[in-house]
Write a protein that binds this ligand. Structure first.
Ligand SMILES: C[S@@+](CC[C@H](N)C(=O)[O-])C[C@H]1O[C@@H](n2cnc3c(N)ncnc32)[C@H](O)[C@@H]1O
Length: 354
C-alpha cells in the first residue's frame, strides 16, 4: 500500500487526524494537528482514504506519554497521546464544527467545556470480554480481543474487580465490573462529571414550572435531583429494572412509566400545559425517535434540555427542533477523557407563538 507524507491539519470527531493529499482527505489515527508524519494507506475510497501512522517526523508539543501499555492496540482509547488540555480544546472544536455542518447553525452558542477532574481512573464501570483465556477489550479496528491486566482509565476499585475476575479463569462471555454497588441499570460512567452535569442542568431551569418530564430517565438521575423545583415529575424509560429502582425511592409527586419514549411521550405532552412544562431528554447515541421529535414540535415545552452522548445525532435533532425552539447554549462535558466520546448539554427554549 502507498506510503504518504502528510501534515495533520485537524482531528476529526471519532479521533483520527486529518491530512490532505492532492485534494483528498486522509484520516490517520494516533496523530495530532500540527504534526508532520508518514503513514501507510490501508483503505482507499472515492472521497477519502484511511492510513496507519508509520512515523512522527515532527511531533506536536502537545504530544503526551500514554499511561496505558495497550494504547494504540486497544480499541477503547483514542487520545492518550494528546495532552489533556488539548483533548479538551479538540472536543470543544469538534462539537462546534458538527453543529455547523450537520445542524446548519452558523454560530453555535458554545459554552466552555467542563473538564473531568480525573483524566485517568474515572470510569466507575467497564465491560470486559473473555474468550478462550483472553480477558480484555476488542482491539482497534478488529473483532479480536486484547488481553488487559489493568485499565488506567478505570477506577482502582474496577481494576481490583478485573484482577479478581482474571484470577478465577472465567468462562467465555461479557463481564461488567463496577466500582459501586447498586442496581444493574444504566448509570453515568464518570461520577464527578455526572455531578457537574446535574448542577449545570439545575442552573438552566427556570422556577415556577409545574411539570418536569424526564424522558429516557434511567433510574431517575435527573428527576430525583430536580424534584424540589417542580410540582410533579414524570420519568419515562423502557428498562423495567431502572423504573423499579426509581420507584423504590419515589415520593408522591414522582411518577415513572415503563415504556418506549417514542410511544409514551406524545401522550404525556398532549396532557400537560406546555407553557409550564420542562422536558429533559437523555437518549442513547441514536438520538431522539421520530415521534418524540414530532411531539416536541407539535406542543413545544417552555424549556427543553437535551443531554446527548453523540454530537452528530444532537446536531441532526437540533436542526429539526429549531422550527419551534431557539438554541440558547451548548455545553460539552468531558465525561470520557482519553476517548473520542463527547457528552453535551443543549439548552433550548420554545419560540414565542407567532
Ligand atoms: C443515556 S441513558 C440516560 C439515563 C438517565 N438519564 C441517566 O442519566 O442515568 C439512556 C437511557 O434511555 C433508555 N432508552 C433507550 N431507548 C429508549 C426508548 N426508545 N424508550 C425508553 N427508554 C429508552 C436506556 O435504557 C437508558 O437507560
Amino acid at each position: 500500500m502507498q506510503r504518504v507524507d502528510l501534515e495533520i491539519e485537524d482531528i476529526a470527531f471519532g479521533g483520527a487526524g486529518v491530512g490532505r493529499l492532492n485534494g483528498k482527505t486522509i484520516f490517520v489515527p494516533l496523530t495530532i494537528d500540527g504534526e508532520r508524519i508518514t503513514a501507510r494507506v490501508v483503505r482507499e475510497k472515492k472521497q477519502f482514504a484511511e492510513a496507519e501512522l508509520e512515523e512522527v517526523v515532527d511531533a506536536a508539543p502537545r504530544r503526551a506519554q500514554p499511561a496505558c501499555p495497550y494504547f494504540g492496540r486497544c480499541g477503547g482509547c483514542s487520545y492518550q497521546h494528546i495532552s489533556y488540555e488539548h483533548q479538551l480544546e479538540l472536543k470543544h472544536r469538534q462539537v462546534e464544527q458538527i453543529l455547523r455542518r450537520i445542524g446548519g447553525i452558523a454560530h453555535p452558542p458554545m459554552q466552555p467545556i467542563i473538564p473531568s477532574p480525573k483524566p485517568y481512573g474515572y470510569r466507575n464501570r467497564v465491560t470486559v470480554h473473555a474468550e478462550d483465556g483472553v480477558i480484555g477489550y476488542y482491539r482497534r479496528n478488529a473483532h479480536r480481543l486484547i488481553d488487559v491486566a489493568c485499565c488506567p482509565i478505570a477506577d482502582p476499585e474496577v481494576n481490583r474487580a478485573l484482577a479478581e475476575l482474571r484470577s478465577r479463569n472465567p468462562r467465555n462471555g461479557h463481564y461488567t465490573l463496577r466500582a459501586n454497588e447498586g442496581p444493574r441499570v444504566f448509570a453515568q460512567t464518570n461520577d464527578e462529571v455526572a455531578q457537574a452535569m446535574a448542577l449545570l442542568v439545575t442552573q438552566l431551569l427556570r422556577d415556577g414550572d409545574e411539570l418536569l418530564i424526564d424522558a429516557y430517565c434511567g433510574a431517575g438521575f435527573f428527576a430525583k435531583r430536580l424534584i424540589n423545583r417542580f410540582d410533579r415529575v414524570l420519568g419515562i424509560e423502557w428498562d423495567r429494572h431502572a423504573i423499579a429502582a426509581a420507584q423504590r425511592t419515589a415520593i408522591a409527586k414522582e411518577t415513572y412509566i415503563a415504556g418506549d419514549v417514542d410511544e409514551a411521550f406524545a401522550a404525556q405532552m398532549a396532557r400537560c400545559d406546555p407553557a409550564r412544562t420542562t422536558v429533559i431528554v437523555d437518549p442513547p447515541a441514536a438520538g431522539l425517535g421520530v415521534r418524540t421529535r414530532r411531539a416536541l414540535l407539535d406542543r413545544p415545552p417552555h424549556t427543553l434540555v437535551y443531554v446527548s452522548c453523540d454530537p452528530a445525532t444532537l446536531a441532526r435533532d437540533i436542526r429539526e427542533l429549531q422550527q419551534q425552539f431557539e438554541l440558547l447554549s451548548v455545553t460539552p462535558l468531558d465525561m470520557f477523557p482519553q476517548t473520542a466520546e463527547i457528552e453535551c448539554v443543549a439548552h433550548l427554549k420554545a419560540k414565542p407563538d407567532v
